[in-house]
Design a protein around this ligand. Structure first.
Ligand code: HEM
Length: 159
């Protein structure tokens, strides 16, 4: 049973699973047609990557914790190390994500909250400034700054 006194999570506020599934599906439609990003994805089928991003975002925003149950700690910087995430890749990633967020037609506050996070996370994922190339990012260094993969607790503690 849901606890009526518990504050709604951001996940619930914006429509739960359906909203996140719509977001991620729209995002991967963009990736599928992107000549820089598409070759970076190791699997022929983007479905499993879509599922991993969906589970991660749902968990981050207060939904089910399936991501960690299946994949362990996110360690997203580390998991992106094999890929050539330069500013161009980041900007393309963000452009597809922006189009996907637009499809959700969220309230301005929800839109800003989600978009602000996605931008910060994408900037944190850059691991090379080399212009091109696919494969391990040579000379990547660990990010300085906050861990953007675990959301800090806000609001009143739940009993
Ligand atoms: C900045 C540009 C980015 C690029 C080019 C990029 C690219 C990739 C690639 C190629 C993969 C491997 C696909 C797979 O097998 O899952 C991946 C995985 C993943 N990415 Fe990104 N990514 C970017 C940013 C982000 C951001 C900002 C987030 C989170 C907000 C994110 C979350 C994830 C997750 C959760 C996975 C799966 C990790 C796992 O459990 O293995 N990515 N990304």
């Amino acid at each position: 049973m849901t606890d009526a006194s518990a504050p709604l999570s951001f996940y619930d506020e914006i429509g739960g699973h359906e909203t996140f599934a719509t977001l991620v599906a729209a995002f991967y439609r963009g990736v599928a047609d992107d000549e820089v990003l598409r070759p970076m994805y190791p699997e022929e089928d983007l479905g499993p990557a879509e599922e991993r991003l969906l589970m991660f975002l749902e968990q981050y925003w207060g939904g089910p914790t399936t991501y960690s149950q299946r994949r362990g700690h996110p360690r997203l910087r580390m998991r992106h190390a094999p890929f050539h995430v330069n500013p161009e890749a980041r900007d393309r990633w963000l452009a597809h994500m922006r189009a996907a967020v637009d499809e959700l037609e969220l309230s301005p506050l929800h839109d800003t909250t989600l978009w602000d996070y996605l931008q910060r996370a994408a900037h944190a994922m850059v691991n090379t400034f080399e212009p091109s190339g696919i494969g391990p990012a040579a000379g990547s260094r660990p990010a300085a700054g906050p861990d953007l993969t675990v959301r800090p607790a806000t609001g009143p503690a739940r009993p």
